[in-house]
Design a protein around this ligand. Structure first.
Ligand code: AMP
Ligand code: MG
Length: 649
C-alpha cells in the first residue's frame, strides 16, 4: 500500500481535474471527443452466431421474396376471366390439367382457357393462371374436371414475387441489433453470413475493502458487492461482452496490476468505488497513469454521482463509477451507455425512454443535474412517474423502480404536473394491475399474495398515510392504506375520507413497547410502567420514530413531554426500530407486534391501531381491485394475517 508517498506526487494533474467540477454536458462532450470518431472492429459471422450483435453495414436484398408468384391456399390455379359468369344458378366447369403443383414443384403445363391446375399452398402459379380457387369452393366432376359456383377476382390467393422483400431494397440497416426476426429475414433472402460489429469486451472491477461476493458469508461491517453484478448485467444488456473480474481491496499496487492486465485484454474498463478524494480511494490515481490522454473529467455536477471519473487511456475508455449502487446505475445509464452502444455499433437507446407526468413537486439542488428514481403507474391520462428514491445508498429503491428522470442543473425544482422523460432500466414498461400508495405494512404482502399467484402485478409505493390519501384523491392509485387517528372524534381513518373515496376495513395492528427479551428492566411491566422504568435508568437508551408517523404520536403520548437519551434517533420504519434493539444500539422503542415477534424481541402491548384502505370508488370495478377485496375478506387471508400477528377487522 502506498497511500500518499509516490502516488500523490504523480497525481497532481488528476487532483486539479477533481477540483474542477464539470457540468454533465461538458464531461460527456470531453469524453466523447477523446473517443470518437473511431473505426469499429467488424467481423463476418454466420447467421447462427450473429444473434445479439449489431449489423456493421446495410444488407441489401439480392433477390425477391417470395421468388415467384405463389398460392396462399390449397385449391386450383385458374384464369379469373373463365369464372366471370359463375354463380349459384350458373356453375362453370373447368377441365383439370394433367399435373399437380406441390410445394417445390415447378409447373410445366400452362393453364389455358377453360382449364385449371390443382395447386398446394406455397406452390408456384403456372403460366396463364391469375388466381386460385380454394378447394372448399369447388365440386369434383368425374376425376378430370371441377365445378365452380362463384366468380374470383384477379390475384385472389396469390402472393406476388417480391411482395415480402423486393430485390434491391435495403433489408436491414447498419446498427440493427440482430434478433430472431432479423435472422428470419436474412435466411428468407438466402443470406448466410453478415458483417457485424465486434462486441466490445468490457472488464469490470469493484473496489473497496468492505466488499464480499454474494454467496460468501458476510463478516462484520462488510457488505455484498452489488455493483459487480449489476454493472456486468447492464453492460450485457447494452451490447458489451462483460467480463467481471471481482472485487479488490483499496491496495494501490495490487489494484494497479489488476487494472493494467484488464485494460490490456479488453476494450473498456469499468470500475466502481474509490473515486472520492478519501484517504483510501486509490483507483483514480491509478487511472491517471494508465495511458494518454488520461482523465478527462473527475467530478461532475450530478446528484447523486458527483465523484464520477471519466478517462481515455491509449484510446480505451476507462470509467470509475461512484460506489453507491444507485449512483453507479444513474451515471452508467445516463453517461456510459451512450458511449458503450456507439462502441458496439448500436444506435442510441430510444426504446428505453417514455414520457410520464410527475404528480408531486420535486425539489432539486441548483447547479447539479439531479437523477430521481421513479415508479411508473397508469393514470387516467397516461403514465405517472412517482419519485421513489431513498437517498443514493438505497439499493432497495430498485425493487419498485422502473427507471429515473433527470432534473436540469439550472432548475431548482420540477413542478407537480410536469411531463418529463423517464429513462427505463429495461426497455419495457411494466404497468402494474393494482397500485397501492400510502402507509406500508408487512401485512399487505399477506393480502396481495393471492393476486401474485393469479398473475396480477401489484405495485405498492410507500409515502405514508397522508401522502396516500392525496394520491387517491388525484386518482393515481386504486387503494391508499391509512392509519390516522382523529382526536376529536376518537376514531380511526373515517374522518379523513373525501367524496370519491370509501373506507374498506383492513386489520388491527398492536403497537407496543419493544425491548430485548430477558431485559429485567421491562419484563412483566405495563407499557406505562415500562416507560417510567426506562426514564429512571440514565443508562437506558431509547429509539424514537420520525415526526408524522402514527407510532410517534403514541410514543409522545407515553413520554408526556420528556425527551430521554436516544429521543433524536428517529428512524422511519418499524424494522429500523427492531434492528436498533437487536443490535444493542438502543434498549427500548415502539413498534408493531408482528415486527417485534419476527425480530425475536420482547413486546408489551399498548394500543391497537386500525390499518384500513381508502378505496378510490371509481376504480372498484377493476379486476385487480376486486381480487384484492376478495383476498382481504377470504378465510385464508384472514388466517394468514392472524398467524403473522395481525387481527383482521
Ligand atoms: P466509495 O466511493 O468507495 O467511497 O463508496 C461509496 C459507498 O458505496 C460506500 O458506502 C461503499 O461501501 C459503497 N460501495 C462501493 N462499492 C460498492 C459495491 N461494489 N457494491 C455495493 N456498495 C458499494
Ligand atoms: Mg470504497
Amino acid at each position: 500500500m502506498n497511500k500518499s508517498g509516490p502516488a500523490s506526487s504523480r497525481d497532481g494533474a488528476d487532483q486539479d481535474q477533481f477540483l474542477t467540477i464539470l457540468s454533465r454536458e461538458e464531461a460527456l462532450a470531453r469524453f466523447e471527443a477523446a473517443l470518437f470518431p473511431r473505426e469499429l472492429a467488424v467481423e463476418e459471422r454466420a447467421l447462427s452466431d450473429a444473434l445479439g450483435l449489431a449489423l456493421a453495414s446495410d444488407v441489401v436484398a439480392a433477390m425477391d421474396v417470395p421468388p415467384f408468384d405463389r398460392s396462399n391456399v390449397d385449391g386450383f390455379a385458374v384464369r379469373s376471366a373463365d369464372l366471370e359468369a359463375a354463380g349459384e344458378a350458373s356453375p362453370v366447369h373447368l377441365r383439370l390439367n394433367d399435373e399437380t403443383i406441390a410445394c417445390g414443384t415447378a409447373p410445366e403445363l400452362p393453364v389455358v382457357q377453360g382449364s385449371a391446375t390443382p395447386i398446394a399452398t406455397g406452390g408456384p402459379i403456372p403460366r396463364g393462371a391469375d388466381a386460385v380457387v380454394m378447394i372448399e369452393h369447388t365440386q369434383p366432376l368425374r376425376n378430370d374436371a371441377i365445378e365452380i359456383r362463384r366468380a374470383v377476382s384477379p390475384g385472389q390467393f396469390v402472393s406476388y414475387a417480391g411482395s415480402d422483400i423486393a430485390r434491391g431494397e435495403i433489408l436491414l440497416r447498419a446498427g440493427t441489433l440482430v434478433g430472431s426476426r432479423e435472422i428470419g429475414m436474412l435466411a428468407a433472402s438466402g443470406i448466410a453470413r453478415v458483417l457485424v460489429t465486434k462486441k466490445p469486451r468490457v472488464a469490470i472491477i469493484s473496489t473497496g475493502d468492505e466488499l464480499v461476493q454474494p454467496g460468501l458469508p458476510l463478516r462484520p461491517a462488510a457488505i455484498y458487492d452489488t455493483n459487480g453484478a449489476i454493472v456486468a448485467a447492464a453492460v450485457s444488456e447494452n451490447g458489451g461482452d462483460a467480463v467481471f473480474l471481482g472485487a479488490f481491496p483499496d491496495e494501490e499496487d495490487r489494484l494497479e496490476a489488476v487494472m493494467r492486465e484488464a485494460l490490456a485484454t479488453s476494450d473498456m474498463l469499468l470500475l466502481s468505488g474509490g473515486t472520492s478524494k478519501g484517504e483510501g480511494d486509490v483507483s483514480h490515481r491509478i487511472v491517471a497513469r494508465l495511458g494518454k490522454p488520461g482523465i478527462v473529467a473527475h467530478g461532475v455536477a450530478l446528484k447523486p454521482g458527483k465523484p464520477l471519473c471519466l478517462a481515455v487511456c491509449d484510446g480505451k475508455p476507462v470509467v470509475i463509477l461512484p460506489g453507491f449502487p444507485t449512483s453507479a446505475m444513474f451515471t452508467f445509464h445516463d453517461m456510459i451507455v451512450p458511449v458503450l452502444r456507439r462502441l458496439a455499433g448500436l444506435p442510441p437507446r430510444n426504446d428505453a425512454r417514455v414520457t410520464a407526468k410527475v404528480p408531486v413537486r420535486i425539489a432539486s439542488e441548483l447547479g447539479r443535474t439531479e437523477f430521481v428514481m421513479v415508479s411508473l403507474v397508469e393514470g387516467d391520462e397516461g403514465l405517472i412517474a412517482y419519485p421513489s428514491g431513498k437517498g443514493s445508498g438505497a439499493i432497495t429503491s430498485f425493487a419498485q423502480a422502473d427507471g429515473f428522470l433527470k432534473i436540469d442543473a439550472l432548475a431548482d425544482q420540477m413542478p407537480a404536473g410536469t411531463d418529463t422523460e423517464v429513462m427505463l432500466f429495461t426497455p419495457h414498461v411494466r404497468v402494474p394491475d393494482l397500485v397501492i400508495v400510502g402507509s406500508h405494512c408487512t401485512g399487505l404482502d399477506v393480502v396481495t399474495a393471492p393476486l401474485a399467484r393469479a398473475g396480477l402485478s401489484v405495485r405498492s409505493i410507500s409515502v405514508g398515510s397522508l401522502g396516500g390519501l392525496a394520491a387517491a384523491r388525484r386518482g393515481e392509485c386504486d387503494l391508499a392504506p391509512i392509519h390516522l387517528f382523529d382526536e376529536k372524534t376518537d376514531t380511526y381513518n373515517t374522518p379523513f375520507l373525501v367524496p370519491g373515496l370509501e373506507l374498506v376495513p383492513g386489520y388491527r395492528r398492536m403497537q407496543g413497547i419493544v425491548f430485548r427479551a430477558g431485559d429485567e428492566r421491562f419484563e412483566g411491566l405495563s407499557a406505562e410502567d415500562a416507560v417510567r422504568a426506562a426514564l429512571k435508568d440514565p443508562s437506558c437508551l431509547m429509539v424514537n420514530r420520525n415526526q408524522g408517523a402514527g407510532t410517534r404520536i403514541l410514543i409522545d403520548r407515553l413520554l408526556d413531554g420528556v425527551k430521554p437519551d436516544g429521543y433524536w434517533n428517529q428512524p422511519r420504519s418499524h424494522n429500523a426500530v427492531a434492528a436498533a434493539l437487536a443490535q444493542k444500539r438502543a434498549d427500548w422503542g415502539m413498534t408493531i407486534a408482528p415486527v417485534a415477534r419476527a425480530a425475536g424481541l420482547g413486546f408489551i402491548p399498548f394500543a391497537e391501531e386500525h390499518y384500513d384502505f381508502a378505496l378510490v370508488t371509481a376504480r372498484k370495478p377493476r379486476p385487480a381491485v376486486r381480487a384484492f377485496l376478495d383476498s382481504l375478506t377470504s378465510p385464508e387471508t384472514r388466517a394468514a394475517l392472524e398467524r403473522a400477528g395481525f387481527r383482521p377487522a
